[in-house]
Design a protein around this ligand. Sequence first.
Ligand SMILES: Nc1nc2c(c(=O)[nH]1)N[C@H]1C(S)=C(S)[C@@H](COP(=O)(O)OP(=O)(O)OC[C@H]3O[C@@H](n4cnc5c(=O)[nH]c(N)nc54)[C@H](O)[C@@H]3O)O[C@H]1N2
Ligand SMILES: Nc1nc2c(c(=O)[nH]1)N[C@H]1C(S)=C(S)[C@@H](COP(=O)(O)OP(=O)(O)OC[C@H]3O[C@@H](n4cnc5c(=O)[nH]c(N)nc54)[C@H](O)[C@@H]3O)O[C@H]1N2
Ligand code: SF4
Ligand SMILES: [Mo]
Length: 683
Amino acid sequence: MRVPHDVFGACPLDCPDACSWVVTVDDHGRAVKLRGNADHPHTRGGLCVKVNPYLEFSSDPSRLLHPMRRTGPKGSGQFEPITWDEALGAIAERLHDILAEHGGDSIWPFDGTGSVGYLQGCGAPHRFWSAIGAARHHTSICSISGHLGMSYTSGSAAGMDPEDVVHSKLIVLWGSNTLTSNQHLWPFIETARADGAYVVVIDPVRHRTAERADEHIAPRVGTDAALALGLCHVIAQQGTDTRFLAERTSGWAAFEDSLADYTPERVAQICDVPAEAIIALGTRMAVSQPMAIKLGQGMQRHRHGGQTARVISCIPALTGDYARRGGGLVYSTSDAYMLNGYKLSRPDLRRTQPQTLVMTRLGRELQRADANVKALFVMGANPMVSNPDQTLVRAQLTRDDVFTVVFDAYRTDTAEYADIILPSTLQTEHTEIMESFGHLYLNWNEPAVAPPGECLSKTEFMRRLAAAMGLTEPALFATDLELAADLLDAPLWRDAGIGVDQLRTAGWLRIPGTIDYAPFAERFATPSGRFEFVSARAERDGHGLLPNYRPPSEAADDEPGTFALVSPAGQFFVNSVFAGIDRNIERAGEPSITVCAADAAEQSLVHGELVSVGNDRGSFVARLNIGTAARSGIAVTTKGAWTKVFSDGQSVNVTVPERDSDMGAGAVYHDNRVSIRPYQPRN
Ligand SMILES: Nc1nc2c(c(=O)[nH]1)N[C@H]1C(S)=C(S)[C@@H](COP(=O)(O)OP(=O)(O)OC[C@H]3O[C@@H](n4cnc5c(=O)[nH]c(N)nc54)[C@H](O)[C@@H]3O)O[C@H]1N2
Ligand SMILES: Nc1nc2c(c(=O)[nH]1)N[C@H]1C(S)=C(S)[C@@H](COP(=O)(O)OP(=O)(O)OC[C@H]3O[C@@H](n4cnc5c(=O)[nH]c(N)nc54)[C@H](O)[C@@H]3O)O[C@H]1N2
Ligand code: SF4
Ligand SMILES: [Mo]
């Protein structure tokens, strides 16, 4: 007889907070309560409005419980239940055929961010794919451009411990709706504020975080690099940290010369921000130490998103803040973990050099004859909703010659186009290890309950598929605990005496050696060890010797009658996870699009009317909202809603181009121009 007990776990979603949680399991083995772990130093007990109903959502009637096989045309939604043996047999047979006829390159393991865990999510690609020589999946959908941008200057996106903002005197939240998408950072910001810190938000959208800040600067979308150069111009005049610049950086003189072009007056024109505001903020940055910049992902979802991050990262070098506790810039802390992803995913099992397929180019890659994709395994992803260019994605997923398997917990918009749908476990039902991109702790997730129905974890699915394929390599059959041990088998963790037992017992642990975290105390993570204003590598890669401003593709145009559409994080779900559940659809409300009163008046748009928002790529239907969230020239909606909530069955990404950003082929969700017209239903 079991007794009620608590099990430690962690939220798996693609959210910087990576909350630690506690599941209470009753004496029948059922999860009856989920709460935030009050002992966790960063997340401190609360979860969020998106995840509080996790247990309820896990047992929603819409949960997938059995494998299914398609019986009608693709997209018709006709499926019949089958057994796992039948499913694995069919998949193994098809994979053998494709391997024989086309080779591993034709198999695309498409891992999404539904879970960002190392074992069950996209944290590390699975060994199985290495062993069969499948194509490599390049996860370009979220944050890649910013990471690459900073790799040229400071060398790491983990420039400070976010918790250290408590020591800051000036906090700049740049392209981050912190209260919505990184809410556990907010209490640290409030602590700093109580101690006199000044909080500035730089975002075209006047969101709830902007409302609560001391100052909000709303530049034209996609012009942040110009704004940052203007701020550097002012700081250079007001006084830089000359010693830091001399001892710790390289190329400052050349960068300083380039700033001459970015006077506050010129930048004011580019960004549509008053020159006085640029002068005032630049001056404040020069004198308020320590200064911390929290860079969100939103500002890099543009054609030149990587370059933008590169330029913004220069600011704390001018002020010397990279060397101060409570100063610097943080974009993502994931660089600080240094786990052994290699030993976990075992790329050495490969015998061929496979092609790399780019996540955000799903439509084009499938279209490309020379890529020759014949099998697509969509796991923890919902590209029909999340990817750019929904029309192209839909057309490509409708093709009969691409064998499509969807491994998910729900029957998503993408699953409707699958040949085989497989039921996945959720976080309370499997073993997992979670890092964070917003703090410096590693979380263990112990399974709390047995999987419902016939759901399998991804690791178990991979082991069974390896067996069904007749593979014998022992590494493919490693247990979850063995995989976890391999991940932790990295010098940083091993030397600190941390293995699975230690992490599992503790529930969470801080990254060894990160008390008083000072990543750039001695050297930057660049080849020279200096902060590199000038970068020959960037020039070779086509990004210019010096950090610079290049206009976005669509966002900053001033085409009359059109809007720059931004579609960032919404309040009630993380991306598309749980966004198809009735209760969630209800609380999120009808899809809406917000414009400012002046723009609405000019275009005779009426508050509350249904409008069609679109461009030559496609259109979706939303309820017009006139509100202060939008500055002039922009329209604001949110990401993640499933197509079924839109009256024409097309959602926001029908308007987004499948175009690469400058660095890492990142996504350009917010670099998108649309028109808004009253909606006229067809027929
Ligand atoms: N317009 C617009 N679109 C965007 C963005 C934007 O800013 N604007 N942002 C983009 C960003 S940042 C991201 S990261 C992508 C995300 O896009 P995707 O990678 O498609 O990820 P999600 O929509 O988060 O979730 C994918 C699926 O994971 C499933 N899932 C949840 N937990 C588990 C699990 O434990 N196991 C398995 N197997 N599946 C699970 C969910 O049910 C869901 O169907 O979307 C992008 N799309
Ligand atoms: N509630 C909730 N939380 C989430 C998510 C969610 O869907 N819902 N998604 C999660 C995921 S996958 C990620 S990657 C993170 C993303 O979280 P964030 O880093 O916050 O990224 P976004 O939500 O895309 O955009 C953040 C802000 O960038 C702004 N922005 C857009 N373009 C520009 C620009 O050109 N300049 C400036 N300065 N700002 C701009 C947007 O208006 C938005 O307010 O959040 C995670 N947390
Ligand atoms: S979505 Fe973010 S804030 Fe909510 S529980 Fe998960 S990690 Fe925490
Ligand atoms: Mo993301």
